[in-house]
Design a protein around this ligand. Structure first.
Ligand code: 9MR
Ligand code: ZN
Length: 558
């Protein structure tokens, strides 16, 4: 599948961490809880700055054995060190990577994880002025062939999905939903976030301009009758080349009901945000949403997506569209207040599909989108909202958060993930748990939920069983060989900063991962910083947007 393996860059950080003590390499707030993990027996630890001057000393405590990593975990708690600065933890002659203490330690990270979408843009040249050394030419502008209907269409724009150059409606919708909900809940964070993109200084918050780039493409993916095409990709994944060199025929694949419902939902959500900035655009979004909804009503049956033979690009198949329809009805009710959508939402909410699977009502992923529908109903400013249903949703979120809090506190690394959750893109699950904890903090005012949300960020940024930071450009020991075609092909030594890596995957779902990671490796260590390992080391728009959502909450509720 990956024919050309272009290995221009030296491996700088491949293999095991040169550090033995694990910290969040981006850092800790002055007043927050600060812990490092020491995965070996030890008594005391010290915190020193780069000159070796000691600023803190403490006793190490034994936490216990951790099954996900198979580590015996000792904790160095230096919460009382509140002096802003850059430090290392040392113990028994061993050391951690550099980390920082200060109240702005995540500022640049929020900027870079948000700017990442600009680097994923398709259909326009990335100019040096905005992209610096990562500038490159215009890509994927030829006409795309409509597979089902025949004929050709212009389909430029949107974001590349991930390390590949495909564009998919369900993941695009989910990514925009993360960003739009983050914006709705934490507007102050984004009103001052400048991303230095071509649309900056248009009077819109930059994050909304970036979302609009994807939304305009999503609108093109809607067929005249309201249905949405599932994806636009070439027949096979490109080799490791720059996007502008990928000149294979682009196809528009068949429609699916999940893509249609997600498009319906995200357009309504976006309309509710854009109405305050650009009424014309909000109207276009609303019309698209309504057309999709009408189509869904006329087509109550689930229409799944299947790849035609010979196609190896992403499937993003789902088994049901009930949660997608639940989301669509929830957003349209929230936007318009109309009984038609309200009744549909309440009836979908009571669907037996959710019996024993209420987690789907909280899910914020591309596969299950029920969490967005629940959020839509919770934030809907409508007098006729059903108090019992709204209360039920709130209770679900809070109950989930208590469960996550307990898991976080029982885990040596502070992670909420259990062994079975180390699947493809486990860092997304980690980020989503953080978001749910942030939402619970907002719903209850309880600080402990916030603290546990922050712990999830610490895990992503290096306090994990490999001691690696899963965000490009962040930390001395970090992922530097993502499965991200431009990073492999551009000949630039650095990688675009702020890309969130999929992370450990116990299923080792690609042949290279199976070859590189020894069988029997504990789940939290099933990772390799190797660009061939797409099931461990890829980047994706919806992993990034999940981190942006969590970071925005962390900043806003600090
Ligand atoms: O994240 C997806 C994973 O759950 C699936 O098992 C896998 C196989 O279809 O696809 C993953 O998604 C990839 C998609 O197919 C193409 N774009 C990159 C995605 C992230 O790796
Ligand atoms: Zn492109």
């Amino acid at each position: 599948m990956l024919t050309m393996y272009n290995k221009k860059k030296e491996k700088k950080y491949g293999g095991n961490s040169p550090y033995e003590i694990f910290v969040d390499q981006t850092g800790y707030f002055t007043e927050s809880r600060k812990t490092a993990v020491i995965p070996f027996e030890s008594d005391i630890f010290a915190i020193r700055d780069e000159n070796g001057d000691k600023y803190f000393e403490g006793k190490v405590t034994y936490f216990g054995h951790d099954d996900c990593s198979d580590d015996d975990i000792y904790i160095a708690d230096f919460s009382d060190l509140k002096r802003p600065g850059s430090y290392r933890v040392t113990s028994n002659g061993k050391t951690s990577a550099l980390f920082h203490i200060g109240d702005t330690v995540y500022n640049r990270l929020l900027h870079d994880t948000s700017k990442a979408f600009y680097f994923m843009r398709c259909g326009m040249a990335l100019e040096e002025r905005y992209a610096g050394e990562f500038a490159h030419g215009r890509c994927h502008c030829d006409e795309a062939e409509l597979l089902a209907e025949g004929g050709y269409t212009k389909l430029t724009g949107g974001w590349h999905d991930a390390g590949d150059y495909g564009r998919y409606v369900t993941t695009g919708a989910c990514t925009c939903a993360h960003l739009l909900y983050a914006f709705k809940l934490f507007p102050d964070i984004f009103s001052k976030l400048e991303l230095d993109i071509p649309e900056s200084s248009s009077g819109f918050p930059d994050i909304l301009s970036e979302c609009r780039y994807e939304l305009e493409w999503l609108l093109k993916m809607q067929r005249d009758d309201g249905a949405a095409y599932h994806k636009a990709t070439t027949m096979r994944h490109a080799s490791f080349i720059m996007p502008e060199r990928d000149n294979e025929q682009m196809y528009v694949f068949t429609i699916s009901s999940s893509a249609t419902a997600d498009l319906c939902a995200v357009c309504a959500l976006a309309a509710s945000v854009f109405v305050h900035y650009d009424e014309e655009f909000a109207k276009r979004l609303t019309r698209a949403s309504l057309r999709a909804y009408n189509w869904l009503e006329e087509h109550p049956e689930f229409i799944g997506f299947y790849n035609p033979s010979g196609c190896d690009t992403g499937l993003y198949s789902e088994e049901s569209d009930i949660d997608n329809r639940y989301w669509a009805a929830g957003e349209l009710y929230s936007l318009t207040g109309e009984k038609r959508f309200h009744d549909a939402f309440l009836s979908l909410s009571a669907s037996p599909y959710f019996d024993g699977k209420t987690f789907i009502k909280l899910s914020l992923g591309y596969g299950h989108v029920g969490g967005f529908g629940s959020l839509a109903y919770m934030v809907a400013d409508r007098e006729d909202r059903n108090a019992a249903v709204a209360g039920g949703i709130k209770d679900l979120f809070v109950k989930e958060a208590y469960w996550l809090r307990d898991k976080c506190l029982k885990n040596g690394y502070g992670s909420t993930l259990e062994d079975y959750e180390y699947y493809w893109g486990s860092n997304m699950a980690l980020m989503h748990n953080g978001i749910k904890l942030i939402l619970a903090k907002m719903l209850t005012g309880k600080r402990e939920f916030y603290d546990c949300a922050l712990e999830q960020m610490h895990v992503l940024l290096g306090r994990n069983a490999i001691g690696i930071s899963y965000v490009t450009g962040y930390g001395e020991y970090r992922s530097v060989h993502p499965h991200y075609r431009p990073a492999i092909a551009d000949g630039v030594e650095n990688c675009v900063p702020g890309l969130v890596i999929g992370g450990p995957n116990r299923e080792l779902s690609d042949p290279y991962a199976k070859e590189i990671v020894p069988g029997g490796t504990p789940p939290m260590k099933c990772y390799a910083d190797d660009e061939r390992c797409y099931s461990l080391n890829e980047v994706a728009i919806y992993w990034n947007s999940s981190a942006v959502f969590l970071l925005a909450g962390i900043e806003a509720l600090k």
